[in-house]
Design a protein around this ligand. Structure first.
Ligand code: ADP
Ligand code: ADP
Length: 223
């Protein structure tokens, strides 16, 4: 459970990107729905401890996140909106490399974990291919594999379905739903169907404020 209370963030240019946000996010896939500029990325970067809020608290399974950033980062898998890939490196090699950086130093553990993630994301057959040859959907699935290294308990995925074709989008959302059976997964999106199709719970955000939260249909009916 992730619990956010009275969270605020105003940028130096005066934009109040996070405006007194209160959210209760249980285990499972949670949809954060809002138009461009609503403050989704700002909120996710703050939860991921990549930027400081001006005020408010964030607790993850009882952990005071803002006072324990290193501990939170150990439990976090974060897939930013425009993550870069190294086009000439294979998925398998890059995943191995990130696994080392994540501290999975035992070779047998690393092999098992990398193979498991490549299979889970359906990239096993394509593991030797250079990432530059991957389609948009494959790249996003690679991003998820990378975010899942080290078995995070909190997974944050920022606008992952933008630019995916319908098949890839479904495949990707199903993968997130499967991951959400074990841990907290927060999916930010501007696409209504992303949350109505698969998220048991959601919040709608605009101009930095949470408008509604709850089960998708009930939340949308409340607007
Ligand atoms: P800092 O917090 O170090 O001052 P900046 O505010 O310059 O950093 O920018 C941090 C990131 O946010 C950069 O990637 C920048 O491109 C992006 N950014 C800056 N201003 C805006 C804006 N108005 N809208 C969206 N992204 C922005
Ligand atoms: P979303 O992810 O929903 O598109 P963002 O969190 O990126 O929303 O942006 C929310 C608002 O904050 C926007 O008005 C954006 O221009 C502004 N913004 C985002 N990052 C920065 C930044 N680093 N500096 C200044 N303004 C920013």
């Amino acid at each position: 459970m992730l619990s956010i209370k009275n969270l605020n963030k105003t940028y130096a240019n005066g934009v109040h990107a996070t405006n007194n946000v209160n959210l209760e996010i249980p285990n499972g896939l949670f949809g954060l729905l809002g138009p461009n500029g609503a403050g989704k990325s700002s909120l996710m970067r703050t939860i991921a401890t990549l930027q400081e809020p001006d005020s408010g608290t964030i607790h993850f399974n009882g952990l005071d996140v803002l006072q324990n950033k290193e501990e939170l980062r150990r439990q976090l898998g974060y897939l930013p909106q425009d993550f870069g890939v190294y086009p000439k490196v294979s998925a398998e090699d890059l995943l191995n490399h990130f696994a080392v950086l994540k501290g999975i130093t035992n070779k047998a553990d690393r092999k098992q974990s990398v193979e498991g993630l490549l299979r889970q994301t359906n990239l096993w057959e394509a593991r030797k291919r250079a990432l530059g040859t991957y389609s948009g959907g494959m790249r996003q699935r690679f991003g998820i594999a990378q975010a899942l290294l080290g078995s995070p308990k909190l997974v944050i995925v920022d606008e992952p379905t933008a630019g995916l074709d319908p098949d890839e989008r479904n495949r990707f959302l199903n993968l997130l739903a499967e991951i959400g059976e074990q841990v907290v997964v927060i999916l930010s999106t501007h696409i209504v169907e992303d949350v109505t199709d698969l998220c048991p719970r959601m919040a709608m955000i605009a101009k930095g404020q949470v408008l509604v939260q709850g089960e998708p249909q009930a939340a949308i009916d409340m607007l």
